[in-house]
Design a protein around this ligand. Structure first.
Ligand code: MRU
Length: 337
């Protein structure tokens, strides 16, 4: 199912803050609305953010009243900058906005041709993401044996992508192949993407899933209840994989318990020009920690630290499942920008 669609200057996508209790479709018509949706995680997950950023610039192009090509390009640059400033860690956001912007800059025709090219390029980004996720699914399913239990963190499923998911794609293919597999989803505090979104989409698709709280992972692994871990990524740099806060802890636990730890991500999530130290980790509002579902659970005014992502050093990563191939530790040093 497509998670983001473009129709005549409107972007349609589920409001993920409402799930799983309500299924609400957003109709985004302006760059401001797209920025707000990205900021508060109505639209989230690295690959979906890449497509959303591209469609955000496409909204600016489609609705532009610019009088000349230069003015139009300036408007698109301003829109891309605003979209990119909403969240700093997921590299797809920057990649998606910049790709359509570069497309616009390269069109030598009139204004309408620039506008059309931007919309076409955004749609192409969405289509490519869907294809890549299916490819990730096929390759990654080879790592899953009949009877395996796979633990995943956060939501790297269909909701986090244009279609099919990254970490959940191999799980979907293995299930379609008839393998009797099970999934353990950890809840993923503070915003509960595992509890709210991963369980929702797996249950919808009939794939067996068990929900645990984040602090149960060590016990569950110590009992031999996990055969492998697959997570998504927000940015893969030379020495680490950035993903939802808590991923690093899961990776360390996996190593301690001899459980393979895989990352599934398309090439658009790679940023091999950088090392972990050069990446900004998003810090979000204290309310996300002091409240759950709008209910306050900590004293008013308590000091809070709320980083949204952590880097997992590559030494903990058994393999990176990409659309073209699975990279194993022997390949990591050969990865180039
Ligand atoms: O803050 P979020 O919900 O956007 O974080 C999402 C994640 O960390 C996902 O695991 C990652 O983007 C991969 S999505 C295929």
């Amino acid at each position: 199912m497509r998670m983001i669609k473009w129709q005549n200057g409107t972007v349609f996508t589920p409001d993920q803050t409402k799930l799983p209790l309500r299924e609400v479709t957003l109709e985004i018509k302006t760059v401001d609305q797209m920025c707000e949706a990205i900021k508060v995680l109505r639209v989230r997950g690295a690959p979906l953010l890449g497509a959303a950023a591209a469609f955000g610039v496409a909204l600016a192009a489609y609705h532009s009243k610019a009088g000349c090509r230069g003015e139009l390009l300036a408007e698109l640059e301003e829109a891309a900058d605003r979209i990119k400033s909403q969240r700093p860690t997921a590299v797809n956001l920057f990649w998606g906005a910049d790709r359509v912007l570069n497309k616009a800059r390269g069109v030598s025709g009139d204004m309408q041709q620039v506008k059309d090219a931007v919309v076409v390029e955004a749609q192409k980004i969405a289509d490519e993401d869907a294809e890549q996720n299916h490819a990730i699914g096929k390759l990654g399913a080879e790592l899953i044996k009949d009877g395996d239990t796979i633990l995943t963190h956060c939501n790297a499923g269909e909701l986090a992508t244009v279609e099919y998911g990254t970490a959940l794609a191999p799980i979907r293919v293995a299930w379609e192949q008839g393998k009797k597999i099970k999934v353990i989803a950890d809840e993923t505090r503070p915003l509960l993407q595992g509890a709210r979104l991963t369980t929702y989409e797996l249950m919808r698709d009939g794939i067996p899933v068990t929900l645990i709280t984040d602090n149960m992972t060590a016990y569950v692994m110590s009992k031999g209840l996990v055969d492998l871990v697959i997570v998504g990524a927000d940015r893969i740099v030379q020495d680490a994989v950035f993903n939802k806060i808590g991923t690093y802890g899961v990776a360390v636990l996996a190593k301690e318990h001899n459980v393979p730890f895989y990352v599934a991500a398309p090439k658009s999530t790679f940023d091999l020009t950088r090392k972990a130290a050069g990446v900004i980790v998003e810090e979000r509002t204290p309310e996300e920690v002091t409240h759950i579902g709008g209910v306050q659970i900590a004293p008013s005014g308590v000091k809070v630290f709320n980083p949204a992502f952590d880097p997992t050093p590559l030494k903990y990563v058994s393999g990176i499942i990409c659309e073209k191939q699975i990279y194993y530790p022997k390949d990591y040093a050969t990865l180039k920008p």
